[in-house]
Design a protein around this ligand. Sequence first.
Ligand code: AMP
Ligand code: MG
Length: 379
Amino acid sequence: MADDIKAVSTEVVPVDARQPEAAVIERAAALLRAGELVVFPTETVYGLGGDALREEAARRIFAAKGRPLTDPLIVHIAQVEELERVAAAVPERAQRLAEAFWPGPLTLILPRGEQVPRLVTAGLETVAVRMPSHPVARALIRAAGRPIAAPSANRFKHVSPTTAQHALADLSGRVPLILDGGPTPVGVESTVVDLCSSVPRILRPGGTSLEALRKVLPEIEPPLPPRTTASDKREREEGQAQRSPGQLLVHYSPTAPLLLFEGEDEAQRAALVAEALRRLERGERVGILAATEDREALRPCEEGGALVRAPASLEEPEKVAAALFAILRALEEAAVDVILCRSFRPVGLGLAIQDRLRRAAGGRIIRVDPSAGATEGVR
Ligand code: AMP
Ligand code: MG
């Protein structure tokens, strides 16, 4: 193996997602108590878990993922009482959010508790904490009897895993155990909210919508636009830990280049179809991610050999989110030369979808101007 990790054989063990078998959970919990790593399902994506209070376990997580030590980990808890073990203080705003959204896909940035090694927080004096709702995640954390640090169970910069098979593809030989609880229901990562800044702000949109958060904390700010790779690079060179590593512009990247079409619906659909037909004619293998509303218009592309995935309607961002990462991985595995992708409205989970697609595009966004009917973009 290229980096500094010992090869192990990886076992995939099925687990009942609703009523996890006690023996399976106990086996995984014993590994966590021994400082080893376990991949497990959460309601968002699969997590790569290790003891959050043990530096050596955190070190193993970074090594298995190939993740730079400047990217902090999210600490997962099973009971609110455990919050005191990991956070130095819990502001009133945080209590309100926790009460409303935990267990669930919401991560809170709080002042770091002394017991949490600095390696886990990438040297920051803040810690990211979340209480997952997935029965397997909850049972496992409870049985381990300690908070569990768990980033997504993918290799650094790859698409997050929503099935045990995705995690195996990325981490085979790098972790002893993967619990297979089937596909994860939400499909995108948690929403990260910073409660350590003067104004609470979303750092990463995810499984809990801005609209829902605002019903509890109306003053919450939407995410800032992604930083450029140039400014990220500068920060790294200056040796600073990133405030929010998911904010890297090129982060969720499938191996095939992804072109993202944005703009008025009809116009982006027409531009996508034209681009697909042009590429098919050149003999390229084309993958398309679209909505059911696009099906009709995409028929000529499909007949021309394009692989079309249209998981749901534009009105169903939850369904699109649940299918998104599996589709990107499937198209990548089909060895397409390019993935052409429509955009989804940034409403509800649509905000997280937009964020992940823009990052996957890494700047290859084609903004369609409806009046000129022309396409323009950075390629
Ligand atoms: P992952 O667990 O791989 O999905 O990514 C970790 C995410 O946690 C990043 O996108 C960050 O936004 C967030 N994060 C973790 N710790 C902190 C922290 N102390 N401050 C800000 N963001 C954090
Ligand atoms: Mg991740």
